[in-house]
Write a protein that binds this ligand. Structure first.
Ligand code: BG6
Length: 483
């Protein structure tokens, strides 16, 4: 299937932190794919900025290596295309906290095109960068900035960050990234809900028994010990990615697929979220195993109280959802890499097949990764004689199969960076949304900090700590298998 590509207007994109992990692993490959698809105009320019005294050629070589690592499949941009993309790159050695490099950056920018500054750096540098952009008069009306997560560490720091950015930029110029919103299947959630009449009448506490949101990873924290020591799964994954998924599942239909209409509805969900009771959250830490070190060893802190896994139960106090629990869980080094949302419906009110009929609930599973698709479990009659025996089967749809074998599912960053250039904020978080998310998350983390009980250990390759099962068991339910 050939995707329809609408080229964006000419732009200068400055990536601060251009030699960092995110820029090389995600941003550059995403740009290269958009270039290969013809979405980037030939006079688009990407300027890497970082402390290292590299020079443009050395930077291009570094990016070339990163592209080689990022691309393996047959649908990767051709070597010729990659070379042409590298020609769009430039590099400026720059000191975020000093004056070095800023005049060179100013000279490299054009006055009459969209200008985007991507802050792919630690949030501690956002303020310095914003101030210098202003001082060197680099902010034009067509300027946008992209702020990577983590956006703050708690409500107070997120507020400070928002206030600081607001001194230099209008809210319409600030693009706070949560890359989950750029995932094709996450956007598909909105299509499934709001482009079909089928689900919406059943999409409420009367018909939905409960919802499970799972983001399980097989990888550990790798080289990100420093970052993870200060975050943990609650800050790294729940406050942003899982909450965004929850919002898209639970929100009211916005009147249009437009930035503020969408963000208003998501905000209402976050504000209606029930606080998490201390007994409704379970933390875990992976043990050593399969030749890999434990989480504590990777952090270099045997007594660490930080979690690599968290599972919790919450609810939404509004007319649509009161009474339907939402169970969220995420962790590293689990059995499989799975991100999915499972909406379990209630039993029919009366069984015409008698009390002994073997019921399984209808479950709609939206698989975000891998093998993106949907799976609806329904009851049918088991074929053959022997009375009316029921069986639950899956109406299983893989998007790749349904949409054609040669479909390449673009990486989230491809969509999001092009949206920045286009000036479309629909898939980015507004300041009040981020603050509301922290306001809900903070008390949970304060609860962690107030206890002496360390996170429960779990075996690598498992489904997480055993205690997570109790969260559902005591409600008469169980987690879906990770796998
Ligand atoms: C990032 C987190 O935001 O998302 C990582 O910081 C996590 O810890 C990653 O591994 C997961 O993203 P994805 O797209 O691989 O599901």
């Amino acid at each position: 299937m050939v995707a329809r590509v609408i080229p964006v207007e000419p732009f200068d994109l400055v990536v601060f932190g251009a030699t960092g992990d995110l820029a090389l692993r995600k941003i550059m490959p995403a740009l290269c794919c958009r270039f290969a698809d013809g979405q980037m105009p030939p006079d688009a320019r990407v300027i890497g900025a970082a402390r290292g005294t590299l020079g443009a050629d050395a930077f291009r070589e570094e990016v070339a290596r990163a592209l080689d690592e990022a691309f393996s499949g047959a649908d990767a941009p051709s070597p010729g295309c990659r070379r042409a993309f590298l020609q769009l790159l430039d590099y400026v050695t720059l000191d975020a906290r000093g004056d070095e490099g800023w005049p060179a950056l100013r000279d490299a920018l054009r006055g009459d095109v969209v200008r985007a500054f991507y802050f792919s750096v630690a949030p501690g540098l956002f303020g310095a960068l914003a101030e210098r952009l202003e001082r060197w008069q680099l902010i034009t009306p067509e300027t946008r900035i992209v702020a990577e997560k983590p956006f703050g560490h708690d409500l107070a720091s997120a507020r400070e960050l928002n206030a600081m950015l607001a001194r230099h930029f209008d809210e319409t110029q600030i693009y706070r990234i949560d890359h989950y919103l750029g995932k094709e299947t996450v956007q598909n959630l909105m299509a499934v809900r709001f482009a079909n009449i089928l689900f919406e009448p059943l999409w409420n506490a009367r018909f939905v028994d409960h919802v499970q949101i799972t983001v399980a990873e097989t990888m550990g924290i790798g080289g990100r010990a420093e970052y993870y020591r200060q975050t943990g799964a609650m800050r790294d994954m729940v406050q942003n990615h899982l909450m965004q998924l929850l919002c898209l599942i639970a929100m009211e239909p916005p009147h249009r697929f437009e930035p503020d209409a969408m963000r208003d509805e998501k905000l209402k969900v976050i504000r209606a979220l029930d606080p998490v009771a201390p007994g409704d959250v379970v933390r875990g830490q992976y043990d050593a195993g399969d030749g890999a070190p434990s989480f504590a060893e990777e952090l270099g802190d045997p007594g660490t109280m930080t979690e690599s896994y968290v599972a919790l139960r919450t609810g939404i106090s509004n007319w649509r959802w009161k009474g339907t629990p939402f169970y969220l869980r995420t962790g590293k080094r689990l059995r499989r890499r799975v991100s999915e949302i499972a909406v379990t419906f209630r039993d029919p009110p009366h069984s015409i097949f008698g009390e002994d009929a073997r019921w399984r609930e209808n479950v709609l599973v939206i698989r975000l990764q891998p093998d993106e698709g949907m799976d609806l479990r329904v009851m049918i009659k088991e074929p053959g004689p022997g009375g009316m025996r029921l069986k639950d089967v899956a109406l299983d749809m893989s998007f790749a199969e349904a949409l054609g074998g040669d479909l390449r599912i673009p990486d989230a960053y491809e969509r999001l960076i092009m949206d920045v250039i286009r000036g479309n904020q629909t898939l980015f978080m507004r300041s009040d949304e981020v603050e509301a998310a922290w306001a809900w998350t903070d008390p949970v983390i304060e609860g962690f900090e107030a206890t002496d009980t360390p996170p429960a250990p779990y075996a690598p390759g498992s489904d997480g700590p055993a205690g997570a099962g109790d969260l559902l068991r005591r409600d008469g339910r169980q987690w879906r298998e990770i796998g």
